[in-house]
Design a protein around this ligand. Structure first.
Ligand code: HEC
Ligand code: HEC
Length: 389
């Protein structure tokens, strides 16, 4: 027992040290750097000329599924074939982590709808952050803030963060830039993607632009729901359970005939998210001070926003257990128990969260409906999988 607690406190001290070091590191990097690219830190080993490699960018033809909105793409980062290709490699490459053990895909794995199927996600040092990894399918359509609390606005800005985050890849961007410049593989890809003329021009800004380009291509819109309702497939029909689930999910029909489950207000089509922030009543609090994770409120500093999080898309939800921002529910059955009970009442819990008193059959039917949103077509598509394998 004594050894255990001794080891335990040693671990805690060690962990806090790492966190402190990580934060100090991050601050200095953020302080020194100019935003907007250019030659940040020319390589001490001297640059290599790349002008003998042809630069001939071709537009990437993004396939937007029927029924989906157009995607907003920043004017300074248009999608090109070679940009997306570079981003695809970077996303799956452990070169981004301090000890070459983890990549973005370690926590955003294709088979888990680009999550990691863990409640919270340990980084390279085995230390976890407070929140659960998020699905990146259709992430290019989420234009009202990224992360559970909306604290970052663009995919480009987001992609800068995991590399230096002490509970994620815990590496230094300067080192990563140097690894790219000295690699046999990456200089040519950066040249083809961005037209740079010398390896010294490889920067984190270009790397994050490429990752963001790849992320915008992670589109999923070919589920049974899509085939029936958007593609009018004449040979596919919803089962009775799926149809009843649909009617409850969207409050269709008279409430005396079909229970209104109110889900569609916050998880509406085509993305199955209203892309807005709500308190869905999962936290038991007596006052605003009780929120352990303030969510949107920590960003806006408004009490009314405490405990509000972005309603996640329910597309491919079958593959991304456990559920909620901290993975507190293991199964969709547990999720349904929560919504059926109405959760914990509090002033800013949304009006659409209330006791629904669903029968077991009704819960099963809403789950059947959610599983209609599963799209397995991307599972075997090389574009969505590890290009190094
Ligand atoms: C150690 C695990 C881990 C690694 C490695 C990781 N992520 Fe994440 N990612 C997370 C977690 C956890 C969240 C949610 C964090 C939050 O909301 O505070 C997240 C959120 C995101 C989001 C926001 C999605 C949305 O819908 O708002 C994007 C985009 C993302 N990650 C991309 C990346 C990229 C790109 C990389 C590699 C450069 C990466 N992640 C590496 C765990 C990880
Ligand atoms: C008032 C808006 C609102 C309503 C109504 C609502 N949800 Fe949610 N839902 C959310 C929010 C916000 C979250 C994330 C909360 C968190 O993690 O803190 C969430 C999370 C979820 C998750 C977990 C997603 C994940 O990626 O972990 C599922 C599944 C879900 N809701 C299903 C439903 C179903 C089914 C209904 C109807 C019975 C419903 N929701 C009604 C806002 C809502």
């Amino acid at each position: 027992m004594l050894t255990f607690s001794y080891k335990h406190s040693f671990f805690l001290i060690f962990a806090s040290l790492i966190l402190l070091l990580g934060t100090a590191c991050k601050d200095s990097v953020m302080g020194d750097d100019e935003v907007g690219g250019g030659v940040a830190n020319p390589s001490p080993f001297g640059g290599k000329d790349l002008t003998n490699i042809t630069y001939n960018p071709q537009d990437f033809a993004l396939q937007i599924p029927p029924g989906f909105p157009p995607m907003e793409i920043p004017a300074d980062n248009p999608l090109t074939e070679d940009g997306v290709k570079l981003g695809h490699f970077l996303f799956f490459d452990p070169i981004l982590s301090i000890d070459s053990t983890m990549s973005c895909a370690s926590c955003h794995h294709p088979k888990a709808a680009f999550t990691d199927n863990l409640a919270v996600s340990p980084g390279v040092d085995g230390i976890s952050g407070p929140r659960s990894s998020m699905s990146l399918l259709n992430v290019g359509f989420f234009n009202k803030g990224l992360f559970w609390d909306g604290r970052v606005q663009t995919l480009e800005a987001q992609a800068l963060l995991p590399v230096e985050d002490p509970v994620e890849l815990h590496e230094d961007w300067g080192n990563v830039e140097e690894k790219f410049r000295r690699s046999d593989f990456y200089p040519e890809l950066f040249r083809k993607a961005f037209g740079i003329e010398n390896t010294n021009e490889i920067t984190k800004d270009l790397a994050t632009k490429a990752i963001a380009q790849y992320e915008r291509t992670l589109i999923s819109g070919n589920s049974k729901y899509d085939k029936i309702f958007y593609q009018n497939d004449p040979f596919l029909f919803p089962t009775d359970a799926e149809l009843n689930g649909n009617d409850m999910f969207f409050d269709e029909q008279d409430p005396t005939l079909v229970t209104h489950a109110e889900c569609g207000h916050c998880h509406g089509p085509p993305l199955f998210t209203a892309n807005e922030y709500f308190n869905n009543g999962i936290d038991s609090v007596g006052s605003y001070d009780d929120f352990m994770d303030r969510g949107l409120g920590a960003i806006t500093n408004r009490e009314l926003d405490y405990g509000k999080f972005r309603a996640p898309s329910l597309r491919n939800i079958e593959f991304s257990a456990p559920y909620m921002r901290d993975g507190r529910f293991q199964t969709l059955e547990e999720v349904m128990d929560h919504y059926s009970s109405g959760g914990h009442p509090f002033i800013n819990v949304d009006a659409n969260i209330k006791p629904l008193n669903l029968t077991e059959k009704e819960k099963t039917e809403i789950i059947a409906f959610m599983k209609m949103l599963s799209d397995t077509t991307y599972f075997s598509d090389p574009h969505y999988n590890n290009p190094f394998e």
